[in-house]
Design a protein around this ligand. Structure first.
Ligand code: SF4
Length: 492
């Protein structure tokens, strides 16, 4: 009698952090599924637990070591359970992870996410393993999208166009954990988007730390050769065929190429650095129908003095001018931002300037953060200038009110309008028959009038506005979902 096949091993990926990390987690899931594993429901039924860490957000290490502590007893009961730690915090802490939590089986960094399954296999044979690389061994390792991916939402996908960052913002750990800026070859990005569209994905978000400097390194590589045309794959046909008329292929070229892919109806991107936002990008947003009218434009501070301390490379005036140019060119543009409150040395006058700029910018929403030091960054060393917590808390609240006021005003102006909504699924609140989705401006909408299916595109009439969402009534269905479930290919 044939022996019954062993049940597949189960994996669980826990993600802390930014979109780049969430996308890395999709890659990890894709890799494990390509190895024949299936997703676990929770730690109880998992054979492998992977923490994909982030050191950008506050308290990341406390959260990680707290979680690892909770798993220690489980590991004692089930020695076959494997635990891995990867991502930014692992890259930064290196051997420290294993010192503080010796029951961890594998530690990997930001440049070898694609090796996670191999490292765990090695750990099974040889015992705990730490592998932190200074740079990726090859391009497939560097770009998350070049590996098997299990997308969280089949109708919408993130596509990495660039990793690393060449800027030196004083508060940011990204350059030291993600390394130098590296652009993904132009044709590879477009090919991935075409593949996604063929599977029914209708929305893509192009991801990079500073998307507007996309292509700088590709042009340098191309210029190292006499034969421009040979580099069309890397730099895009248009740039290569024209004999490199510009210094480099632009992010705007990439936006246009992606927007032209048949089946792609929404193109988003995050984030452009205000100092690098080019007129060509705005022009592409204004003229390409598929590019959504939403600009995430991180201000960080409204004070020129603080911006200079932060090493951001722009003044508030310059920022507002670029924003005005974008608003003038792109009809019905929604603008969101990131602002840090309590950067070391920020005084009341600096903060008031931030309030003024935030009010003038009339944001649709803002991610406001209380400054927290990231060890290893320039700002973290300026302990003498840290702003007292009670002062920061007061400023944070004042900023929240300014941002919510403009968000509510902008949302109220949409009441009565018909919006195109991409349905994401049942709403978390509101009961049966209420669905959530996003407008082209990336506004969260709660819709009455289902049943609806995730991935549908519908029209909805806005009936009510709140600072963080819109409430709408379903109109007609524009298109049914087009996606099929994605099955990851085998990893090699
Ligand atoms: S642009 Fe500044 S904030 Fe953004 S990733 Fe680079 S260093 Fe960090």
């Amino acid at each position: 009698m044939p022996t019954p096949a062993a049940p597949p091993r189960r994996y669980l990926v826990r993600t802390f952090g930014c979109q780049m990390n969430v996308h890395d987690s999709e890659r990890l899931a894709g890799l494990f599924e390509a190895e024949g594993m299936v997703a676990a429901h929770g730690v109880e039924d998992a054979d492998v637990v992977i923490f994909n860490t982030c050191c950008i957000r506050e308290n990341a290490d406390n959260r990680l070591y707290g979680n690892l502590g909770q798993l220690r007893a489980l590991k004692q009961q089930r020695p076959g359970l494997q635990i891995a730690v990867g991502g930014c915090l692992a890259q930064k802490d290196r051997d420290k992870v294993m010192e503080r939590a010796p029951w961890v089986d594998a530690v990997f960094g930001t440049h070898n996410v694609g090796h996670a399954a191999t490292l765990l296999e090695r750990a099974r044979r040889e015992g705990p393993v730490v592998e932190i690389l200074e740079a990726a061994a090859n391009a497939a390792d560097e770009f998350p999208s070049a590996l098997p991916v299990r997308r969280e939402l089949p109708f919408a996908a993130w596509v990495t166009v660039q990793v690393g960052c060449d800027n030196k913002c004083a508060f940011c750990i990204v350059p030291s954990v993600r390394g130098r800026e590296m652009s993904r070859p132009f044709s590879e990005v477009v090919a991935e988007v075409a593949q996604l569209a063929a599977r029914g994905t209708v929305e893509v978000t192009l991801l990079g730390q500073n998307v507007n400097s996309y292509g700088r390194d590709l042009a340098l590589k191309a210029r190292a050769s006499d034969d421009w045309r040979a580099h069309a794959y890397m730099t895009g046909e248009q740039w290569a065929a024209a004999g490199a008329p510009r210094a480099r292929p632009l992010f705007a070229d990439l936006l246009r190429a992606v927007a032209a892919v048949e089946g792609i109806e929404r193109v988003r991107f995050t984030s452009p650095h205000p100092k690098d936002l080019r007129p060509e990008t705005i022009e592409a947003m204004a003229t390409e129908k598929a590019v959504c009218p939403h600009l995430h434009f991180p201000l960080q501070s409204g004070s020129d003095r603080v911006l200079s301390l932060m090493r951001r490379g722009y003044t508030a005036q310059r920022y507002l001018e670029r924003l005005a140019a974008a608003r003038a060119a792109v009809p019905d543009l929604a603008v969101t931002t990131d602002i840090i409150v309590g950067f070391p040395g920020e005084d009341e006058a600096d903060f008031e300037r931030t309030l003024e700029v935030a009010a003038e910018a009339e944001y649709d929403s803002a991610y406001t953060f209380i400054y927290s030091p990231r060890p290893g960054t320039e700002a973290a060393a300026r302990t003498q200038e840290f702003v007292p917590p009670e002062v920061v808390a007061d400023r944070f609240e004042r900023l929240r009110l300014v941002v919510e006021r403009s968000a509510l005003r902008r949302h109220q102006a949409r009441v009565g309008l018909t919006e195109e909504v991409l349905v994401e699924g049942p709403a978390k609140k509101g009961g049966p028959g209420v669905f959530s989705g996003r407008t082209r401006q990336n506004k969260l909408v709660h819709l009455d009038g289902g049943p609806l299916r995730a991935g549908m595109v519908v029209e909805a009439v806005v009936e009510r506005a709140a600072p963080h969402f819109l409430k709408a009534r379903l109109g007609r269905v524009i298109s049914p979902p087009r996606h099929r479930e994605l099955i990851p290919v085998m990893a090699n």
